[in-house]
Design a protein around this ligand. Sequence first.
Ligand code: SAM
Ligand code: SF4
Length: 400
Amino acid sequence: MSAIYIHIPFCKQACYYCDFHFSTSLKKKDELINALINELELRKEELQNQTIETIYFGGGTPSLLTNEELELLIEAVYNNYQVIHNPEITLEANPDDLLSVRAESRTIFEDYRSIGINRLSIGIQSFFEDDLQSMNRAHNANEARTCLEEATHHFDNITIDLIYGIPNMSLEKWHKNLQIAFNFGINHISSYALTVEPKTALDSFIKKGTYPPIDEELALEHFNHLITETEKQGFVQYEISNFGKPGYFSKHNTSYWQGKPYLGIGPSAHSFNKNQRSWNVANNTKYIKSIQQNELPSTVETLTKKDRFNEYIMTGLRTVWGVSITKIEEDFGPEFKEHLLTASKEFINQKLLVIVNEVKQSHSLEKITSSQAPRNDETVKATQKGKFLIDGISSSLFLL
Ligand SMILES: C[S@@+](CC[C@H](N)C(=O)[O-])C[C@H]1O[C@@H](n2cnc3c(N)ncnc32)[C@H](O)[C@@H]1O
Ligand code: SF4
């Protein structure tokens, strides 16, 4: 079982905080789509004997593509790979695109459904005008609400992105953002703390003093509130930044976190085949040129046993499934298990990590995870207090 990610590297305008790969010029859109189709064909051998369970259009802004363009890409997947019946097909969409008027009488949502897209990931970020403007989002507060009103009539499987820890965002405002999402009946939320990435506009504004610096305490307060409020509504925090009601976890992202192989198509996209990671060049022109010459524009890194152990610690501790001690022993050997137990002691004493018995967890009833959850054994997991510090804790457990 595996997954295909397709990166659409175009955006209408650059959000101040974003360092994902995208271009605001759509001049090369046609050439790029042809290159994506060619890359899918060039790499078909890589997933031989594997069935594709999920397809994910990420970006950039995939909702900038027409339905015909998206359909061509989906067809290219079906033409070159073995795809299960009714795969999860997710499209990341920006609110303003979902409200754009189409020539035909069908809504954009009906168009998407007609080509097999069955999950929408909508980049709301905030329902408030001042927040959206402070991040240079292309949509406004009214569009954030209207697009959800319409989307929820056509799609049940919707996830929205919300950003917290925006300087000066009061707890009340963050609370309202969450309540508005709940009132729309949203079943999945991905939520990230505003992060200052080097060389972004946000980074330079903060350095110049024209934007307030990030307040970590405020972000922590928002994060704790997010956990409490989503739990009250029946969401499971199945990954540190991802909250889903049972039956609505992202199958695609879960396969990343559970170490399944995936193919990343398009400029900047990453791929994983259990032993190697590779990533494509993050430049549209170079990407197109290379694919036109039937050459993959990628860099490959072969993973050592230590790399694989470290990755399992890093991703496992971010998820509700934790890190299985039995799996560590079986897959990596007793010395890795000993290392984990010794290194985690100090964090267990500080109540940042805990060792629990997996089968007692209610989330193992969750449909998509029950077959994939670690077996009946002990697992290391982050406590609520540990979750906010999880990246630092994980790196202290790494083998160097
Ligand atoms: C890269 S975007 C792609 C999807 C789409 N273009 C959009 O903006 O919604 C995916 C998500 O990453 C999050 N994100 C990207 N950079 C971030 C940052 N520096 N801090 C917090 N969240 C960020 C945003 O919530 C965004 O919705
Ligand atoms: S957050 Fe989304 S819309 Fe904004 S620049 Fe990044 S990829 Fe584009």
